[in-house]
Design a protein around this ligand. Sequence first.
Ligand code: WT7
Length: 652
Amino acid sequence: MASPNLTSSLRETRVFPPPAEFAARAHVQNFAQYQALYQQSVSEPDRFWAGVARELHWFHAPEQGLDWDQAASRVRWFADGTLNMSDNCIDRHVAGGRGEHTALVWEGEPGEVRALSFRELLLEVGRCSSMLRALGVAKGDRVAIYMGTTPEVAIAMLACTRIGAVHSVVFGGFAPQAIADRILDADCRVVLTQDGTYRRGTEIPLKRSVDEALRQCPSVRSVVVFRRTGSPVAMEPGRDLWWHEQMAGAEPLCPPEPLGAEDPLFILYTSGTTGKPKGLVHTNGGYAVQTYLTTRLVFDLHPDDIFWCTADVGWITGHSYVLYGALQNGVTTLLYEGAPNCPDPGRFWQLIDRHRVTAFYTAPTAIRAFMQWGPGYPRAARLDSLRVLGTVGEPINPEAWMWYHSEIGRGRCPVADTWWQTETGAHMLAPLPGAIPTKPGSATLPFPGIVPAIVTKAGEPVPAGHGGLLVIRKPWPSIARTIWGDHARYVQTYWAEVPGSYFSGDGARQDDDGYFWLMGRVDDVINVSGHRLGTMEIESALVAHPRVAEAAAVGKTHQLKGQAISVFVTLEAGARPSPELREELRSWVAREIGSLARPDDVRFVQALPKTRSGKIMRRLLRELAEHGEIKGDTTTLEDFAGLAKMREGDEA
Ligand code: WT7
């Protein structure tokens, strides 16, 4: 994983300057302005971020900026300040005279539309906060949210933040075991869910998954069920309650609780190389400040913008941009419940036209799917409301970037490739679209206040043009503060790898202009459709199957998804490989973790290649999955025992 192994054949030379008309009304209008802003932000970071913080509402304005205990890897920002996220997302705009402006527009997959003004949202969130309090939820308590895309999921998240409860949103595509693991890890006692949601014309029974998960979670005392589809669900007396009944009697006036900037705001789980998923903890102040500013500058938002980020709220992109970034900026945010190809592959473009979307933010995996569906669908739409486009989740190939730019942006709209992570909370590398020329495939330059570097494992900078590890030299406001219940793992994962710097786990290079080109993860984490999946979760699901003895999962290149999952399994004595078992194992993983984790291929092998210390040699498996062979090695495909012997000690 050292830098010399990271070679890149990508050399892209096209450059797109910001369109003049766009730049003329942008918050940051030219490259010199960006440079000045960046310089000031890194030479006086406390002063820079304090200036941004002042644009939000604080009950007690902070005097302090960054407080970094390097030895303990403890980061605090604005620690003496108090504020409230829902207050900044809602009340601040109502108080400022924008109560009638639309905060949320939602479209269901079957086609229903609901809109809520900031004033209406205030009442709904107030009611939901009162409901949570009535259920005994207090400041600091963790609340699990397992819902589809509805206005109610936004209301639920905002209501938690209003009373200082810590939400843990579990992506609606996760299976019961994954829900249970997350509920248990954070010790959630209250779960908010809904009967079901629509996806590609069929109903996904969310409540049923919760019921199954809760068999393992005896300390959950209340489950509140929002009725979305109306399908019958089992309601357990004494535990399960209907959302509409609880909300009907709840008091809409519920003042936001002043919370410490360093009080936890939410926990969000993400995958690592080994061990169980990590519950990353984000806190109130720094996260609010950086999501506010990045949304404003990277999408160049103005009061009348209609912002659509297609991510599910169950991922960090949904938290930071669908919800908190957009609403703190007082713009309208669009939520769409369903699939991009329902009822046909033109759905997204019709949504953009129908709701007059001005800023559109999606993932390379989606863009590649649109490309495959053909240009006829976007060409049938006007798309004239669009001003700016964004992408996130994985490196975007220049071809997809160009397609996005010409077919969706019609050559008029800047494309912002945004690099960041669940851990970073907000954008880290991204163009400011009125100021920074873009190059297809590059996340361009650091956001103000961010100090990235490309280094060797020893932390030495590598020259321009060479691949290395992407690190961040200094803490930024929205960095995750810890892993829930395991600060040692946080230190180990992010601060110990390259001493003194935050280690992102990504490889990258900088070109002669200083532009960053991401090259993917340097560890074993698999990135499927822009979502990180740890090999560990997939492997433990597989070995839980009665016929599987051992399993290893690796990623391999996939045209649409970025990476696909290949698994290698050895069977228990007496079990025989068969096409049926292969299919059964694929469904098994999908059932255990969620369909995102369904392996694309399953290979039965006699043994897994291991080092003397027993570590699976994934590098070899990756080569096998990718090329069907290990280069320069005549060992037959599935004769791993011999292979392992030959390579022993390689990665001990
Ligand atoms: C990993 C973070 C950040 C929200 C979505 C995923 C990859 C993300 C880019 C990009 C190249 C990217 C990285 C990163 N990634 N955005 N613009 N260019 N790679 O959040 O699940 O925490 O995954 O996604 O590998 O480390 P996440």
